[in-house]
Structures are given as structure tokens and as C-alpha cells.
Design a protein around this ligand. Structure first.
Ligand code: AN0
Ligand code: CP
Length: 317
């Protein structure tokens, strides 16, 4: 595997989940694979889980790891070609990327959507430039429109907790005070669409996602109806995708907060969220602290999804 930015890059999902289970059974079985290999992790945005789990995954494989926070200590980078660089950014991505490629064997990139220009975000300009100019295998640690390491971990988690062959998965929008990207819900939908699970997406009107990601999911505007019989509830906030409101917060209606009453409509569903989560906006204390909340198991599986992906990349170096 040379690039990992979307669900298609993982190939057959059953094979990937099987490989992830093998990695989890013995995460130190491949410590020779990464010997004398260096991973460079580049963050344009903050992170807790991605940073720690990906570094841990690479260390499990015997790699050396370097982390660069672009906005803390590195030169600020211009990302647009053709700009007269007389502002606050002393370096261009077009030099910085091949330079970074000189020092490593593999690059992980986190670069969120700007939420101002839909085309710019949906063309994935930043990670695409890394793919084009670094000369190295590149994987996404959440780019503008997708968060595949998260979705892969989500699927691993569902696989571990499901008690029926085809569980009902409900992805629900929930309120948040600030505008967030559509990357996590887009990606979750893209990955669930690779399975034969029953899949329902629920959100207030105006929060429709790109149909390309919704795929074969059923969109249900009535949250109570959507929750009926759910085996897994996957909560996430996202900002509007549809024009003319791209990137805007249209509602902070706390009737959409996932609470005990809503969870009571489900088939004793497990509660999932990628974290970080704002309590009592997205989900109540009661629900996230309940025994049906699997958010920590989900976060733990980020190490496994990252290790499976990095292992495949090392194997094809
Ligand atoms: C980010 C987002 O919604 O994309 C990262 C989630 C993994 N969340 C925040 O910025 C709060
Ligand atoms: N879920 C996730 O990607 O968390 P971080 O933003 O903390 O990395």
C-alpha cells in the first residue's frame, strides 16, 4: 500500500479486519519490519489520539518516529501556488514537502478542512500535494474530507462488539458550538458502506452530507424513528455541507444531544464517538459513562488501525 486516504485504499474490508485482528493478537510480531525506517508525522491541527496511537503503532513495528507541528516551531507554510508571499508565511509547501520527504520513509499528514472554500477542501489540496511531491508513501491522519484511520478503528470496534451478523448502525448528528469538518461522518459512512450492515443517518434538515459519502445509507430526519432498534449509535457533529451554508453552524439544538431517553429507543445500543467529545452538548454524562459506552475501546483500536496500515506500507516499501 502506497497511499491511504480513503476506504478504497484498504481494499477488501473483511481481509483488512482479519489482518487487524492478527495485529491485535500480537502487536510485537513484526518489530523487524520497521527497523531503520522513519515515520514523519506532520500536524497542521491539534491531536491527542491520532498523535499517540500512530506513534505507538509505528514503535510497535520497530520504526523511528519524528513529529512536526507545523504551527508550533516550524515555519508557517503557504499552501496555494501563485501567491505573492509578502505576508506572514516564510515558506511554501512546494519546497517544504520534498525536503520533509528527504528525512523519512513514510509520511502521515493531518490537515483539516478550512470550511471556507468547499472546492479547496473537497479537492484535498494539502494531502494531494504531499502525495505528489514527497516521493514517499503518505497516509491521512484526518484530511479535509475523510478520517480513514478513525473509520477503520470504528469498524474494528463494531466487529468486536456486534452480537448479530448485520447490526443496525445509526450515525446521528449532535450539537456543538463550533463549526467542525464533515471528515469523520463522511469517512464513517464511506467505510460502513463497504459492509452489509443496516445503516441509517439522522440529522436536522440542512445537514445533508455529500451524496457520494451517504451512498446506500437511509437518511431519516426523525431521530426517534432512526434510533428504533439500533445496535450501535455513532454520534458526531458536523457543519453544513450544502450550499450556500457550507461550513456553517445552522443549529445548536440540544434536543439532538444523545441522552438516556434517546438511547432507550434502541436495541440496548452501544454508544460510539471518535473523541474529543463535548459532554452535555453531543452526549450526556449518563450515556457516555454507561456500560454501553465503548468510546475508550474505540480509541484503543486507533493503535490497531494505524499499525495495520503502516505495516502494509512497510511491506510495500
Ligand atoms: C475534529 C473534527 O471534528 O474533525 C477532530 C475529530 C477527530 N474535532 C474537533 O476539532 C473538535
Ligand atoms: N479521534 C481523533 O482523531 O482524535 P484526535 O483529534 O485527538 O487525534
Amino acid at each position: 500500500m502506497k497511499y491511504f486516504t480513503c476506504a478504497d485504499d484498504i481494499g477488501n474490508i473483511k481481509a483488512a479486519l482479519q489482518e487487524a485482528a492478527e495485529v491485535k493478537r500480537d502487536r510485537f510480531a513484526f518489530t523487524e519490519l520497521g527497523r531503520n525506517r522513519t515515520l514523519l508525522m506532520i500536524f497542521f491541527n491539534s491531536s491527542l489520539r491520532t498523535r499517540l496511537s500512530t506513534q505507538k503503532a509505528a514503535m510497535n513495528l520497530g520504526m523511528n518516529v519524528m513529529v512536526l507541528d507545523v504551527n508550533q516551531g516550524a515555519w508557517k507554510l503557504e499552501t496555494e501556488r501563485g501567491v505573492i508571499m509578502d505576508g506572514d508565511k516564510p515558506e511554501h509547501l512546494l519546497e517544504a514537502i520534498p525536503v520533509m520527504g528527504c528525512y523519512c520513509d513514510m509520511i502521515g499528514v493531518r490537515s483539516f478542512a478550512g470550511l471556507k472554500d468547499k472546492n479547496e477542501d473537497y479537492e484535498e489540496r494539502v494531502i494531494e500535494q504531499f502525495i505528489r511531491y514527497s516521493g514517499r508513501p503518505v497516509f491521512s491522519m484526518e484530511a479535509a474530507t475523510r478520517h480513514p484511520l478513525q473509520s477503520f478503528a470504528d469498524l474494528i470496534t463494531i466487529e468486536e462488539f456486534k452480537t448479530v451478523e448485520r447490526p443496525k448502525i445509526v450515525m446521528t448528528w449532535a450539537p456543538h458550538p463550533k463549526a467542525l469538518p464533515q471528515a469523520v461522518p463522511n469517512s464513517f459512512a464511506e467505510w460502513i458502506n463497504k459492509t452489509d450492515y443496516e445503516f441509517v443517518i439522522t440529522h436536522p434538515e440542512g445537514y445533508e452530507l455529500d451524496p457520494k459519502f451517504v451512498g446506500k445509507a437511509r437518511v431519516e430526519y426523525d431521530r426517534d424513528k432512526a434510533f428504533e432498534g439500533a445496535d450501535f449509535v455513532y454520534a458526531k457533529n458536523w457543519s453544513a455541507y450544502a450550499d450556500p451554508n457550507y461550513g456553517k453552524v445552522l443549529s445548536t439544538d440540544r434536543r439532538w444531544t444523545v441522552d438516556t431517553k434517546a438511547m432507550a429507543l434502541t436495541n440496548n445500543a452501544y454508544f460510539m464517538h471518535c473523541l474529543p467529545v463535548r459532554r452535555n452538548m453531543i452526549v450526556t454524562d449518563d450515556v457516555i459513562e454507561s456500560p454501553r459506552s465503548i468510546v475508550i475501546a474505540e480509541a484503543a483500536n486507533r493503535e490497531i488501525s494505524a499499525q495495520t496500515v503502516i505495516k502494509r506500507m512497510l511491506e510495500s516499501l
